[in-house]
Design a protein around this ligand. Sequence first.
Ligand code: BES
Ligand code: MN
Ligand code: ZN
Length: 498
Amino acid sequence: MKYFTTTSKASRRAVDCVVVGVYRRGKLGVAASEINTTSKGHISNLIKSGDVSGDAGRVAVLNNVPGVRASRLVVVGLGKSGGLNASSFRKAVATATRAISNTKTKQILNCLTLEPVANCGIYYLARHSVESISDTLYNFDQMKSGRKKAAMPLNTIGFAIAKRGDATKATRGAEHGDGISAGVALAKDLGNLPANVCTPSYLARVAKKLANGNGKLSARALNETEMKKLGMGSLLSVTAGATEPGKLIVMQYKGAGSDKPVVLVGKGVTFDTGGISLKPGAGMDEMKFDMCGAASVIGTMAAVSKMKLPINLTVVVPAVENMPAGNATRPGDIVNSMSGQTIEVLNTDAEGRLILCDALTYSKRFKPAAIIDVATLTGACVVALGHHRCAIYSNNDDLRNEIFASSNSSQDLGWPMPLGEQYAAQLKSNFADMANIGGPGGGSVTAACFLEKFVDDMTWAHLDIAGVAWRSGAQKGASGRPVSLLSEFVLSRAGALP
Ligand code: BES
Ligand code: MN
Ligand code: ZN
């Protein structure tokens, strides 16, 4: 994608499509106002006739508007005047994009970046625009046979800016949006692929392919024999019943010499049947999305290496299938984790924590500046926070606040959640050092407490993304979250934000 910025009038640019906004009560946005004057009231007439509206969600595609050089003018409703925020801004861009997604538009000039948006400078307006356009145009049809839907041939996105001094920030926002969007799209693809394609070995191949030919990025995968030598009895107990071999994928990006790395650990259960504690059949297909934590950290690595950020980033993905079989782990079995702690597996469906705990212990060797694990860990998290925000846990107040702030500025929202001795006590086992479930009540919290037992002195956070990683129903599909949040966190740590 090519990007440009412009201070010239919206009516003067001969692009395929110009996007402008109008507010309720006939209030015109900056570029809509200019075009309305040039066209001698064309837009205000259409507002009077009801063809154009300032209501959020409304959109009109106008061709051949008098005095406008662009062949298409998209007029999108922005709601109440003065009421735009990052969320409604992104929605307006998405609405405009959807309205032209079946056209042959190659260039878009987005003039919504001239509008005032609460807590959002030109860098974020450009970045949110790119992310929102890419998110809207994403289409997954690689598993369909026959003729595929032709994608809109978009190759250029321009941004209207008020003054030349905004150009650098707008361009940087667009470039970062471009890198993040590539990471989001990769995470969506990996999530959407079925479990018979996206196996642990497939994830390992994707990681190696990303590193191929990139001097700053390396990738390798440990096999089950190597994991056994390391003492990863907990991880291996999950993959015991599976025919597909488990992998521990390690990716290292070196953009900042010998600095301590940020380490991202992603749950990579390529299919979660529950194991012997078998899940009910209805909706079980959605457990192909149980590797969305892995997809999001691999996607973030793709974004960070595309943005060439000056930081060290390590990604660790424990990748397994959780299957029932004659040699599968039984409820009540006791396993030895790499940390030396023993675990009573009271429920084989609480498998995410069993692979993550060994991945966390393994990650200590990287001496992380901060370590964040990302997992579709508990149904309880969906009960607690629904599908809007992921849960943010940390053993460090500053890190928790930092991630919460990144979630707000990226609009990939999370919410801080508690840890604590009272919750951790629910994991008591009569036979081993701990059980892998904490009983009824606070299921997302007790899962986080389980992980905390394996982080020692690392500065650690855990994101439970069970509610946000994919959508169910008619729009079923991976969301690519929380690639934007994680990228924002890394951008901030790399000192790359304005
Ligand atoms: N992958 C699931 C969590 C999940 C369930 C995410 C539904 C999104 C939607 C996880 O492995 C799991 O099965 N967790 C159990 C834990 C329980 C046995 C303590 C759960 O949440 O039911
Ligand atoms: Mn499970
Ligand atoms: Zn799971």
